[in-house]
Design a protein around this ligand. Structure first.
Ligand code: PLP
Length: 417
């Protein structure tokens, strides 16, 4: 036998793939599926940016590992305009999506403890494991809007078994899976603890431009010396499959760390695709085009998320309306007893039964680091036609499928005995 199972790293079957598989089986049988499981942007990439990509198709050369200098400058300027970031383009690394860059940031560390809030995005833990780092979790609660509080963070830091290991906190806001974000005051308070315990933070701000309120807060303002920001085109520009992301590493973390990360990038993905980088220059060079595009997306997302959260709250589910991005994180614990009677005692069973009974596909809270018995799930309210925003004279947004799917969940909860 060339490969034995014991030769392989431990792995878990991805819950996303599992739900997609079950959804496909239903579709093949001609049954309805409400696709709230897979969190892809429903919006199209603006046509102006697509045409630059088409014109750049012949650019076949490798670009520098760190990223095309014009693009890095455009990113720094864009984020200075939109979020008042004071970034030096030389401290930015462009890559094939922010996901691989987050991995490079972790892989550059020989030893570290990576602390991840529960719930968090699905890939942080596997990435830290692949990088050979220790993983710890900080639990959050629906009452705290799933946010890490300074008290919890301080408690965690004080209770660490080995405080000589560098500590890395991965903080994502607005959050996938919860849709929640931090206020300026909350980040300021967290920054005090972070600086006291010298924590390295990876601030995953991939949804930052889809924050609903104009008053966007970033940890980069309150803890710039220890905050690496990651972002990219996948969410705000609807371009997930283009694979274009970046990280900004503060100079205070030292040249050696920066060079180590670039070195890992050079040994793995080499550079982001050259035509994509040129199209990205166009995306990051037009703040006005971006603003118009973002305003339309946000207007629509606010309507849909408000509809979903009000309907679910009205049915007795604990859920906070989203503050950015396109996710809600409903907590079905008020139905614990009734669900138990229906044979549901975990988030996996909850999402499986809901899909089977109603065709609504959600992802279980367990996929995001919640305890198996937590009756939580992620709802991505993206099953609608995002190209509506390209129509200049649209009067009313159509999102009937989302409405029907939410209606199915409400009906399902009502029929529980
Ligand atoms: N971080 C979060 C929280 C995400 O939801 C995603 C994509 O789903 C990513 C990072 C990865 O983004 P990218 O497409 O830039 O790799």
């Amino acid at each position: 036998m060339i490969l034995k199972p014991t030769d392989l790293r431990p792995h878990q079957e991805s819950q996303t793939l599992l739900i997609n598989q079950q959804s496909l089986e239903r579709i093949q049988k001609g049954e309805q599926v409400y696709r709230f499981g897979f969190g892809q942007s429903p919006f199209p990439v603006p046509a102006e940016i697509c045409s630059v990509l088409a014109e750049s198709a012949s650019r076949k050369e490798y670009m520098s590992v760190q990223g095309y200098p014009d693009l890095r400058r455009a990113i720094a300027e864009f984020h200075s305009h939109t979020e008042s970031k004071q970034w030096d383009a030389d401290q930015i690394i462009v890559g094939a999506g922010s996901k691989i860059l987050i991995f490079c940031l972790l892989a550059a560390l020989k030893k570290a403890e990576v602390v991840i809030p529960a719930p968090s995005w699905v890939s942080y833990e596997p990435q830290a494991n692949l990088a050979g780092l220790k993983v710890s979790w900080i639990e959050t609660s629906v009452e705290d809007k799933w946010l890490v509080t300074p008290e919890r963070l301080r408690e965690f830091c004080l209770a660490r078994a080995d405080s000589s290991l560098p500590l890395v906190l991965i903080l994502n806001y607005p959050s996938n899976p919860t849709g929640q974000t931090y206020s300026r005051a909350q980040l300021q308070d967290l920054a005090l603890v972070l600086s006291e315990f010298e924590v390295l933070v990876i601030a995953d701000e991939i949804y930052s431009l889809l924050t609903y309120s104009q008053d966007y807060a970033t940890l980069d303002e309150f803890y710039p010396q220890g905050t690496i920001v990651s972002s990219g085109m996948s969410k705000w520009c609807g371009a997930g499959g283009w694979r274009l992301g970046f990280v900004h590493i503060p100079a205070e973390l030292g040249e050696l760390y920066f060079k180590t990360v670039v070195g890992i990038a050079s040994e793995t993905y080499s550079c982001a695709a050259s035509p994509i980088q040129l199209a990205a220059v166009a995306a990051y060079s037009g703040p006005q085009l971006a603003r118009n595009f973002l305003d339309k997306q946000i207007e629509l997302l606010v309507q849909i998320s408000t509809f979903c959260s009000e309907a679910l709250c009205g049915a007795g589910v604990k859920v906070h309306s989203a503050q950015g991005g396109f996710y809600l994180f409903p907590d079905f614990s008020p139905f614990t007893e009734k669900l138990k009677v229906a044979g549901v005692t975990s988030s996996d069973e909850l999402t499986r039964k809901l899909l089977l009974d109603t065709g609504v596909a959600l992802l279980p809270g367990s996929a995001f680091g919640m305890r198996p018995e937590s009756l939580t799930a992620r709802l991505a309210f993206v099953d609608f036609d995002g190209s509506q925003i390209l129509d200049e004279d649209y009067k009313e947004i159509e999102f009937d499928k989302v409405k029907q799917g939410i209606g199915e969940i409400v009906g399902w909860l009502q029929q529980l005995n």
